[in-house]
Design a protein around this ligand. Sequence first.
Ligand code: SF4
Ligand code: SF4
Length: 373
Amino acid sequence: MPSFDAIVFKAWPAPKELSVELSGPALQGLKRGRTLSQGQLLSLASSPFLSDVHAPLNGRLISLIGLRAQIEVDPNLSGLPPSPISLDNLFGKELEDGLKKLGVEPLLAPELGDPVIISALVPQPGLEAAEALWVDQRSTLEVGAAVLKRLWPDRELVEVLSPSQEPLGLGRVERYKATYPLTLPILVKRTLLGSLDLLKRGVVEPWDLWALGVAVRSGYPVTHLPVSINKSYYLVPLGLKISSILSQVNLRPMRRDVLVLGGLMSGRPVARLDRGLGKNFRALNLIKAALFSDRPGPCRYCRLCRLACPLDLPINILASQPLSLWPQTAAKLGSLLDGCLSCACCALACPSRRPLVDFVGLAKPQGLKGRHL
Ligand code: SF4
Ligand code: SF4
């Protein structure tokens, strides 16, 4: 585990272009050629699970295709600068609406009677930014945690921390010496409350606290994300293209290397380099091809995959089928894996290197596009 004493989330240099995913139809009057100011409203949230989207930097709108806006960045241009919104005296639903207007993605409320769980643990390898934020952006996180008390005033706040992490001091503290996969928010909640809730209702991570803190402190829309890119930490504008990241940090994936959006265990492989980062982006990691070099062997019926599964799902029964039969097997028996977390523990445990995450991807109804680690 790296030491975070000297970590600073560095500002990312202004890119030439951004590709911003909108949360609904573009605002009326927003046309090609229009100049934009940082924080200017681009779209209103079209669902209760989304927030409004704003221009991440000054520049000019160069195209609007579907729900994607291409922006040419130019610090010398400006459009309609946003006015600050004070959320200081708001509570509950009013506060939630105010946060959405400032671009903060809505958090799912805890279930009846449950506490709000702040998990500061590193959820999985490759997402060490959780710990880095806890130290480096502490005052912002403290403001964010105080916002939780106004969002859900009647709920207890519980901070779940590793043995060495300092509490924010706003709630009860639970110390976990957990290792992956028990550090996944879903499993942190299960350990604490005994219930398995795949939606993670009421579980908040440092990235969420950071966005809340930035919005409430500044009163301006949140246009940047705190992220880790190949083990370094940055504050990047929304919509930053993967291709810009690669050229800026001089990251050159070789053939068969895999770039992963998110954590190393359950992140998704990058499908398009020209896509801009969305609000849920947390990390970009590179997995070297050497990790994929073994060819999968036949199943040894050892059940190690099942023993490694934190939910005791019968992955061994499905995965023991010949690879050529997987699509049919997945279609027939996929519902057995409905609760699968895509944590990849089964794949890592398999001595025959069978691509079990691919199998899970076929089997899960939502069609996860996972890849074998
Ligand atoms: S990915 Fe594998 S180990 Fe993880 S929950 Fe799914 S079946 Fe179980
Ligand atoms: S760990 Fe691999 S070899 Fe063992 S039962 Fe599971 S799929 Fe088969």
